[in-house]
Each structure stands twice: as structure tokens, then as C-alpha cells.
Write a protein that binds this ligand. Structure first.
Ligand code: HAM
Length: 421
């Protein structure tokens, strides 16, 4: 029996990986413009990090993590998200001693054992960023603007920014209680998941997709009506700044997010037309996370986006990708001696920053030319016995269907001129 890739994972083949690189390069560039620096953390962490960070009551920790034991009996987990790891790394590497705020970003695979469907995978890829050390509303607004800027720069439409405040440890317990009181008489009618959530995480009942739970929660108390004056003031300033930046948003009192660390601002961007998994990014403020890990009271705010869902959105909106020509020069050879010459020449041309390939299969000249054409080569150099003796090489311009003889000693300057290197 042949072995297949695990369920919920993907192979990205060369035609797709160029698109991934393109998107990643755009993100690296935007990070430079906004002053974020890259951080790389391990793919797995101690399970405890996510239990404490993402939260024991969250679905992610309760049922979606890939947990395993190492040889020493330690419990480890494949990272389901990046924020907890980056907060741990900030603290462990004493980044609080650096000039604040510290602005970090990351890109890489995350793992969640959710039921796979379009846009939802067991291994998926996130780009995320975090700002540590600023409790200013401007940091929240900057993070939201970054996300909005990125999606619009890709030409995506039909974006909905959902915004809410989930309060803080001062005001949320009171809200939680009033929500439980409201839902208590109907508790038995809630879906199985929400019946469990009733005690451990009643706010999540608000964003349950089940029509019955949605119906039962109509008229429930609204968090924004009950936030403390500090949270209210903060949220008002975030909204004003987003308004001034000209970014439209939907005030969404059902947006509670699936991770327990959030305080104050919570947001998501959703895109229509990519199916049930329409959230292309999500984030918010998490002022208690560093303390939860045993550090000082350092506030944080950030977001993460799923790269697979961007590709789905680009495809559903018919946004193409301009593929750059892959190959500058193909060297076609006839005979053993020509192969040796081609090998040396290819190395010299690559030193000049040109992309060069030669035949590695001993194909006929005709097949080599076909192959060069398939690879989109801009030029072909033909080397055979005659060329080696005369020191003059046939160079074919594939775009212009033009051929000329170039002396050996002029080859490098010829291509540097033609290809602008
Ligand atoms: P999240 O909302 O759980 O937030 O994930 C962020 C994004 O990752 C989602 O909006 C979605 O695009 C993508 N995503 C999540 N799960 C999957 C999946 N199974 N398959 C494909 N894509 C997925 C976080 O992870 C927070 N750490 C964000 C954050 C950063 N908050 C503050 N800083």
C-alpha cells in the first residue's frame, strides 16, 4: 500500500511555492515598513505553555492540540498558534530590557486537530505579529491597519473587519455572570458543546454557529454595555483611530475569539466567498499574558493570519499572480567535451546572478531545445564540437526568435548587458 500524506495536511508543489514566496516577501516588506522584526521559535513547546497561555478552557487546548511525550516523559505539544511562544521567548530572552515597545513577527506552520474542510487544516501556516510593552490604543490601531493594509494591497475585496471589546479581568467576570444568568433557564436547550461551555467559557456561546444557540442567545446582555470605564475609553480611542484611517468596520458584540488570553480589543477580518472558514485573520490585546507566564505586567497586542485562506480568497476573487520568468539561460550541449565547457560556463554565469541550467540527461539537441522552451528560458546557448573549436557560440534569443554568434570571451558581458545584471 502506498503511503499518503496525513489527513488535513498539504503538499505545496513548485507552481504553488513561488506564490507562497511572493506572498511571504510582501509580508517581510510590509513588516520592515511598520518596524517589525522577525522571531523564530520552536515548532513544539511544553504543553503547559499553551494550557496557561491559550487557556485550559479553550477548544484549542481541550481538544485540538497534538500532544506527545518525549523520551524523558515531558509533555510537549506542536504549536497550535504563535502568540504564547513569542510571549515566552520575549520573557525568556529578557526582551523587556530592550527599547520598548518590542515589535515582532513570525511565519510558519501551526497544528490543530480540527475537523478538516476547505480552509481548515491540521497543519496550516500563519503569519503573525505582536507588539509588547505598549498599552496605547495606537498599538491596537497599528496592528489592525497592518492587517487591512496587507489584504487591500493584494487587491482583495469583500473584506469585513469585525471589532469588539472583551473587557478585562475587572469587568469581564461581572459580564460573564450576567450572561450565565440570562442563559441559565435555557441551558438544557443549548448544543452539547455550549452546554459544556456554559460553566467553563460562557462567552463562547455567543459565537456558536448552531442556529439553536444563536436563537437562544438573542437579546443576551452585551459586553460593550458592561465594560469598565478604562476599557470603554480604550475602545473608543481605538475606534476613533480606525475611523480616521478610513477603515470601515462592523461593531460585533458576538465576537469573542477562541483563545482565552484576550483583554479589551478583539478583531477579525472575514472574507466572503471562501466557505464556512471565512476568518482570514484574528487578533487583539492580551495584557495579562506575560504575567501569566510569571513575568512583569507587560501589555501585548497582535494578530495572526492564515496563509492558506489568503490563497482561497485570491482564487475566489480571480486575482492572478504574475509569474516572473524562471530561467535566464539554458545551455544546450552536444558531446562530452561540450558538457564540461557548459558546466564551467554555467557556474560563471550564476556568479553574475543569472539563472542557468544545462542538460543533465544526455538528451538530443531537439529535446534540449524543447525543454528550454518549456522552462521559459530567455536565451539558449548551443555548444558542440564546432563551437568549442571556433570559440564562437550560437546564442538564441527565445523571446525575439533571433540568433547570433558570440565569442567565448564576450559571453559574460553579453548576458549581463542583455539581462541588465
Ligand atoms: P486564530 O484566530 O486562532 O488566532 O488564528 C488566526 C488565523 O489563523 C485565523 O483567522 C485563520 O485564518 C488561521 N487558522 C486558524 N486555524 C486554522 C486551521 N485549522 N486551518 C487553516 N487556517 C487556520 C491566533 O492564532 C492568535 N494567536 C492570533 C493573535 C496574535 N492574537 C494576538 N496575537
Amino acid at each position: 500500500m502506498t503511503i499518503k500524506r496525513p489527513r488535513g495536511t498539504n503538499d505545496f508543489l513548485p507552481g504553488e511555492t513561488v506564490r507562497w514566496q511572493d506572498l511571504e516577501n510582501k509580508l517581510h516588506r510590509l513588516c520592515r515598513q511598520y518596524g517589525f522584526e522577525e522571531i523564530r521559535t520552536p515548532i513544539f513547546e511544553e504543553t503547559e505553555l499553551f494550557a496557561r497561555g491559550v487557556g485550559n478552557t479553550s477548544d484549542i487546548v481541550q481538544k485540538e492540540m497534538y500532544v506527545f511525550q518525549d523520551m524523558g516523559g515531558r509533555s510537549l505539544a506542536l504549536r497550535p498558534e504563535g502568540t504564547a511562544s513569542v510571549a515566552r521567548a520575549y520573557l525568556e530572552n529578557k526582551m523587556q530590557a530592550l527599547n520598548q515597545p518590542v515589535k515582532l513577527y513570525y511565519l510558519g506552520p501551526m497544528f490543530r486537530s480540527e475537523r478538516p474542510q476547505a480552509g481548515r487544516y491540521h497543519q496550516f501556516h500563519q503569519f503573525g505579529l505582536e507588539i509588547f510593552g505598549s498599552n496605547s490604543y495606537l498599538a491596537d490601531a497599528e496592528v489592525i491597519c497592518f492587517a487591512w493594509d496587507f489584504y487591500t494591497s493584494l487587491g482583495l475585496n469583500e473584506l469585513d473587519l469585525h471589532l469588539n471589546s472583551v473587557g478585562c479581568p475587572k469587568c469581564r467576570p461581572l459580564y460573564r455572570q450576567s450572561l450565565q444568568e440570562f442563559l441559565a433557564p435555557q441551558k438544557e436547550q443549548l448544543c452539547t458543546t455550549c452546554r459544556e461551555r456554559f460553566e467553563r467559557n460562557p462567552l463562547r456561546i455567543l459565537d456558536c454557529k448552531s442556529p439553536i444557540c444563536r436563537e437562544l442567545s438573542v437579546g443576551a446582555p452585551v459586553m460593550l454595555d458592561q465594560v469598565c470605564p478604562e476599557c470603554e475609553e480604550h475602545f473608543r480611542k481605538v475606534r476613533n483611530t480606525i475611523d480616521e484611517a478610513g477603515i470601515p468596520y462592523i461593531l460585533d458584540d458576538r465576537l469573542v475569539r477562541g483563545l482565552d488570553y484576550y483583554t479589551k480589543t478583539a478583531f477579525e477580518i472575514q472574507i466572503k466567498g471562501i466557505g464556512a472558514q471565512s476568518a482570514v485573520c484574528g487578533g487583539g490585546r492580551y495584557d495579562g499574558l506575560i504575567e501569566e507566564f510569571g513575568g512583569p505586567a507587560i501589555p501585548g497586542v497582535g494578530f495572526a493570519l492564515g496563509l492558506e485562506r489568503i490563497f482561497l480568497a485570491l482564487e475566489s476573487q480571480g486575482i492572478g499572480f504574475e509569474k516572473e520568468p524562471q530561467l535566464d539561460i539554458f545551455i544546450a550541449t552536444m558531446g562530452e567535451a561540450a558538457c564540461g565547457k557548459a558546466f564551467t560556463l554555467a557556474q560563471e554565469l550564476r556568479q553574475k546572478n543569472l539563472s542557468v541550467q544545462q542538460d543533465l540527461l544526455g538528451k538530443s539537441l531537439k529535446s534540449q531545445l524543447k525543454s528550454a522552451d518549456k522552462q521559459g528560458a530567455r536565451f539558449v546557448i548551443i555548444i558542440g564540437e564546432d563551437e568549442l573549436q571556433s570559440g564562437l557560440y550560437q546564442v538564441r534569443d527565445m523571446a525575439e526568435s533571433f540568433q547570433e554568434l558570440v565569442p567565448d570571451e564576450d559571453l559574460l558581458s553579453f548576458f549581463c548587458d542583455k539581462l541588465g545584471k
